[in-house]
Design a protein around this ligand. Structure first.
Ligand SMILES: [Zn+2]
Length: 410
């Protein structure tokens, strides 16, 4: 495709400014702004037409069409006694000439936020977009760039220079959207994500909601971390869950702290210890980390320690029977205590190891290594037959779980 001949056809139909003409050929060339490209094409077309004109070819209509949007051609025709008025650009009506003036508004809107990367978006009047589509469709343009793209890029470049920060199209911290109809700027702040691990040494702090028996919830204990970044609110995501009365020990459980609408995207990443909750190893994360965290929670291996009380005295021979549970697939109907799930739903999880020792005749300490998602209390007490096999059933006794801890999340 010869862009100069194509431009000759297009300009016959529509007066276009340098930006809007150049943009139709955006994918031709590299590192050239659309306006330079548009002006270069017009200059080449001018040369071709003036040459033909001087050699007696009748190109006066093409010259007049070009003169509407090209000053040298207007001057050439004027010198030959033909007067042509300058015409506004059919697509943008002059909008693209001073897009840069919006950059200042964006800089002002972003200044109060301490961010790393940004992106500029824009709301462009519908009629401009429609006229752009019309021109592209009419001439089957395959090499064009959208007007939105050009505007965002040009404003983004200036804002980046002013604030000395890079544009990030995939995962910007903040997005400033300029409305070109009225020049207003809207800023949206993406959540700040912190990954790390937590321990819970308390049996009265709930990992999730404020349930019976819980004095506090983890989310509210982490508020000082939210405050470090000036966020509006905080959401706590953990890789799996433990009940309020279950401690989370060892290396802790992986988690992501999501801070909504922060004022700062950089800050203090030191740990936190408050009311039996310890957060450590904080670092900056992404949405992908949250997805991975949730996915891994279903498959990762957990090690539990439990203290259980037996109805009848137990012996070493009884404990030997527990070997049979190693490698077992445990089938569990949803425990009655869990109301949010269908009570008839069945869950299948692997148990890898069961170690037991008698603390006294009727007090049993258990170490259970199993697949994430196993209802461990029910695996121990059998849940009235709803979990099978179970430790209580294998021992032929009824068991009450008095203490449960997660020792490791592998
Ligand atoms: Zn234009």
């Amino acid at each position: 495709m010869d862009p100069v001949e194509k431009a000759r056809e297009i300009l016959r139909a529509y007066p276009l400014c340098d930006f809007c003409l150049g943009r139709l050929f955006a994918s031709m060339g590299y590192g050239i702004e659309n306006a330079e490209r548009g002006y270069a094409i017009k200059t080449l077309l001018h040369m071709r037409l003036v040459y033909d004109y001087r050699n007696g070819v009748d190109v006066s209509e093409d010259l007049k069409a070009l003169a509407r949007v090209h000053a040298p051609t207007r001057r050439f025709l004027a010198a030959n006694g033909i007067k042509v008025e300058e015409a506004p650009c059919y697509v943008c009506r002059g909008l693209l000439k001073d897009v840069e003036k919006y950059a200042e508004g964006v800089v002002k809107a972003l200044q109060p936020i301490d961010f790393n990367t940004f992106q500029v978006g824009s709301v462009i009047p519908k009629d401009v977009l429609e006229r752009e589509r019309e021109v592209m469709a009419k001439f089957g343009i395959q090499t064009g760039e959208s007007i939105k793209h050009e505007i965002n890029r040009r404003i983004g470049r200036l804002v980046g220079e002013a604030l000395k920060k890079p544009v990030n199209k995939e995962r910007p911290d903040v997005v400033a959207t300029v409305n070109l109809a009225d020049g207003s700027v809207k800023v949206s702040r993406n959540p700040l994500l912190l990954i790390g691990r937590y321990l819970k040494l308390s049996r009265v702090v709930s990992q999730g909601r404020l349930v019976p028996g819980a004095a506090r919830v983890v989310e509210e204990l982490l508020d000082p971390i939210r405050a470090r970044f000036g966020g509006r609110s905080l959401v706590f995501h953990a890789a799996g869950r433990e009940d309020v009365d279950v401690r989370m020990l060892g290396n802790g459980r992986p988690m992501v702290i999501e801070i909504k609408e922060p004022d700062k995207y950089k800050g203090d990443l030191s740990g936190l210890a408050v009311d039996g909750v310890i957060v450590s190893r904080l670092s900056y994360g992404t949405r992908n980390d949250v997805r991975e965290l949730k996915a891994k929670a279903k498959t990762s291996i957990k090690l539990y320690r439990a203290l259980a009380l037996s109805d009848r005295p137990l012996s070493g021979d009884d404990l030997a029977k527990l070997k049979a549970l190693e490698g077992a697939v445990v089938v569990q109907r949803t425990p009655r205590r869990i109301k949010r799930l269908n009570p008839r739903a069945k869950r299948r999880r692997m148990v890898y190891n069961v170690e037991a020792r008698l603390v006294s005749e009727r007090v049993l300490e258990l170490f259970i290594r199993c697949q994430g998602g196993l209802y461990v209390k029910e695996f121990i007490n059998g849940d009235g037959g709803r979990t099978q096999p179970s430790i209580a059933e294998t021992l032929g006794t009824s068991l009450e779980v008095v203490e449960l801890d997660v020792l490791d999340v592998e």
